[in-house]
Design a protein around this ligand. Sequence first.
Ligand SMILES: [Zn+2]
Length: 193
Amino acid sequence: MVARTVSLLLNRNMGILKPKIVVVPLGDVDFMLVNRLATDIGPVFNCSVDILKGMKMPVEAQNVIRDQYYAIVILSKLERVKANSREKVIGVCEEDLYLPDENSILGYADILSGTAVVSLFQLRHEFYGLPEDEAKVYPRLYKEAMHQTAHLFNLSECRNPKCVNYYSQLMLDIDNKGGKFCDICRRQLTGHI
Ligand SMILES: [Zn+2]
């Protein structure tokens, strides 16, 4: 009886300690895509997922001259929605993002604050002046979100071009890589969740 009580307590504590992913639709973003992402990403990281109703794109992050948003300011806003330190918050937006030393980025993650943001701006075909191929947008969003979320689970970038955690600068690299972690990344991930 005593042993059973201990094991129940352990289970309860493990449940409390388990990380949770919080997905935040930012601004006027395609909610269907975000919802689909939230559904798909949880099982991969063995986490429950909450999806927030949404948050406005922070005005403070907007650079009117560049017509872009500063990713670090967005992450600082996302950090405020965290209910506790074990939550990993991922924002998804349509707007183009930048960092001081990067013209335009697909996404950005900060391990210390446990926050990440992914932009659909470049993932859409129309960015290249081509007709938009909706079927390609979601897999790209999924792969980029997986890659950024992997950072939040302490994984560094992978050198395997087929791994979803491969650092992809070109859209071709994203399209060519798979949607799953390679064996090395999966083993590292298992050590963190
Ligand atoms: Zn890998």
